[in-house]
Structures are given as structure tokens and as C-alpha cells.
Ligand binder design. Structure first.
Ligand code: NI
Length: 182
């Protein structure tokens, strides 16, 4: 295992389309993914996409723990708002409804900043795990947000490009002025 260097906004690898993985069960992918997980946890991130570690392939890792969801959710409501540590190879997202939600995002490739981003509130996604088995889930809330954010990296999109008002792009040291009720 190794902690990988994270590409920062401006590096060309973050602006390009990542290539599909020919064989999700390729043993060589396991080393990359285990290093990505170690790098994500070390950096205290909720997700990481392969282009962020200079590998332009369609691979993401993420987690959506219950504490990142809205507080006070019932067990039923948590069902598709949380996800364990997940690896997705060649992910595809399907938007399940017109509802959109604004939420604060950060990105390990855009260190020190937070931005308010509107995303689809309800999605279904699919992809492959490292055994080549298909993964399919529905997602809402933070879970839906992190998957959309990570998959955007595979298309060369960073969250500031998704913002409708750059007045809501702030330094995380100033976030206390904006998130008093969170
Ligand atoms: Ni990111």
C-alpha cells in the first residue's frame, strides 16, 4: 500500500475524459484501488477518483457514512443515503427524478475550499467491483452527491464548474460563517 500524490486543479489529468477499464477484474487494478483507498482515508476524503492520482481510468472509491447524512433519519431513510466503502469501475449514473438539492462540497484536488453545488437528489448508479461483478444501487442525499462528484472527475469536471454562483465558493476556514446550523 502507498499514499499517492493527489493532482490539484490545473493539472491536465483532471480536465480530460478518463478511459474505460477493459477488465474490472484485472489483478493490476487491485493495487491501484488499495492505494486509492489508503490515500483517501489519509487525506480524510469521502471519495477519490483515479484521475486525482494521475491515472486516467474510470475508477472511483467512496464512502457515505451515516454521520454525513442529515441527523435524525430513521433506519428506513438511511437505506439509500449511506454506503459502505465502495469501489466502482466504469460507473454509470441515471437520474431518477427532477428534484435537485444544494449542498456544500470539498475536493482533495481543490484543497482549502468549499462550494455550494446543486446536484440531483435521487439517482441510480451501476458499475463493476474488482471481481467483475455488477454493482447497482439507488442513492439519495450525501450518498447521491458523492457519487455524482466522483463520477464528474471521470469526465474532467471539478465541482466549481457545477456551481451556479461563485459567490458560494469559500475558504474552508471561513465555513463557520456559512454553516452555523449544520
Ligand atoms: Ni473531488
Amino acid at each position: 500500500m502507498a499514499i499517492l500524490k493527489i493532482a490539484r486543479m490545473g493539472h491536465p489529468v483532471l480536465a480530460q475524459q478518463a478511459a474505460p477499464v477493459a477488465n474490472p477484474a484485472d489483478p493490476a487494478l487491485r493495487k491501484l484501488v488499495s492505494d486509492m483507498v489508503e490515500t483517501m482515508i489519509d487525506a480524510n476524503g469521502a471519495g477519490l477518483a483515479a484521475p486525482q492520482v494521475h491515472v486516467p481510468l474510470r475508477v472511483v472509491v467512496f464512502q457515505a457514512p451515516a454521520e454525513r447524512s442529515d441527523p435524525g433519519l430513521s433506519e428506513d431513510e438511511k437505506f439509500d443515503r449511506t454506503a459502505p466503502l465502495t469501489v466502482l469501475v466504469n460507473p454509470v449514473i441515471e437520474v431518477m427524478g427532477p428534484e435537485r438539492e444544494a449542498g456544500w462540497e470539498g475536493c482533495l484536488s481543490v484543497p482549502g475550499l468549499r462550494g455550494l453545488v446543486e446536484r440531483s437528489a435521487y439517482i441510480r448508479y451501476s458499475g463493476y467491483d474488482l471481481d467483475g461483478k455488477k454493482v447497482e444501487r439507488t442513492a439519495r442525499g450525501f450518498h447521491a452527491r458523492v457519487v455524482q462528484h466522483e463520477c464528474d472527475h471521470l469526465d474532467g469536471i471539478l465541482y466549481p464548474s457545477r456551481m451556479s454562483d461563485l459567490g458560494n465558493l469559500i475558504f474552508e476556514t471561513e465555513a463557520k460563517h456559512w454553516m452555523k446550523n449544520e
